[in-house]
Write a protein that binds this ligand. Structure first.
Ligand code: G6P
Ligand code: MG
Length: 230
């Protein structure tokens, strides 16, 4: 797929002209597959890895996640072993995502993406994952995004704003007219560093500095968006 697929000119009269979605934990609950794979790596290395610890890995690149995991386990390994551990984690993760189906798209996401499109608000994906495109294809949702920026297209991980700024730039929208949906603190910080509006998806205690926090997309709609960003 080409990185850009603008099917609509911008006709929204809303303040928000573009929306940028994180993937893992926002569009689909792949966060649980990342967790299961990292937990197995930790257990094989002889330590436990809790869901609480896993919050620190959300939104963070694969190698940075491994660094944090090893720090939690107080384990030091050489670079080659790190590469092997990251590859083992990824092959476990890929075996989970290869079994995904469109049923795993989180409730309300498709309806809300369609509402945004009908309003003329552009839609991008902004994910640190190098597996993002294969997940989008697997769950048959790639065509909903005008632009996809994934871990293969960025060199700086969240909280650096690169992934979202690239998305905004490919969409041709100024950062201050963009709204990011994120489930990770690193992603909230990335959007904030990029000068964008931010809605956190998840529990407010894990998502500091978002403009608003929603538990998911079931109750999210354009009227609510208009009331928050008049
Ligand atoms: C997302 C997830 C992270 C993950 C990262 C890299 O941002 O929230 O937990 O580490 O992507 O994913 P990848 O599929 O490239 O290992
Ligand atoms: Mg996420």
């Amino acid at each position: 797929m080409s990185s850009i697929r603008l099917t609509k000119t911008i006709n929204s009269r809303m303040k928000i002209k573009a929306s940028l979605f994180d993937l893992d934990g926002v569009v689909v609950d792949t966060a649980c597959y990342h967790y299961l794979a990292w937990k197995k790596i930790a257990n094989d290395l002889g330590f436990d890895f809790s869901e609480h610890d896993n919050e620190r890995l959300k939104g963070i690149s694969r190698m940075e996640s491994l660094d944090i995991l090893l720090e939690i386990g107080k384990i030091k390994v050489d670079f080659r072993t790190k590469e092997e551990l990251a590859a083992t984690k990824n092959s476990m993760y890929v075996s989970y995502i290869n079994k995904m189906t469109p049923d795993e798209i989180l409730p309300g996401v498709i309806r809300f993406l369609d509402e945004l499109r009908n309003e003329g608000i552009l839609i991008a994906l902004g994910s640190a994952s190098k597996n993002a495109m294969s997940i989008l294809d697997r769950i048959n949702i790639a065509q909903k995004f005008d632009v996809v920026i994934d871990g293969n297209k960025v060199s700086k991980a969240k909280p650096d704003p690169e992934v979202f700024l690239k998305g905004a730039s490919e969409l041709g929208i100024e950062p201050q007219d963009c709204l990011v949906f994120e489930d990770a603190q690193a992603g909230i910080d990335a959007a904030r560093n990029g000068g964008m509006h931010i809605i956190g998806v998840g529990q407010p205690e894990n998502l500091k500095n978002a403009d608003h926090v929603i538990p998911g997309f079931e109750k999210m709609n354009l009227d609510l968006l208009r009331s928050w960003y008049p």
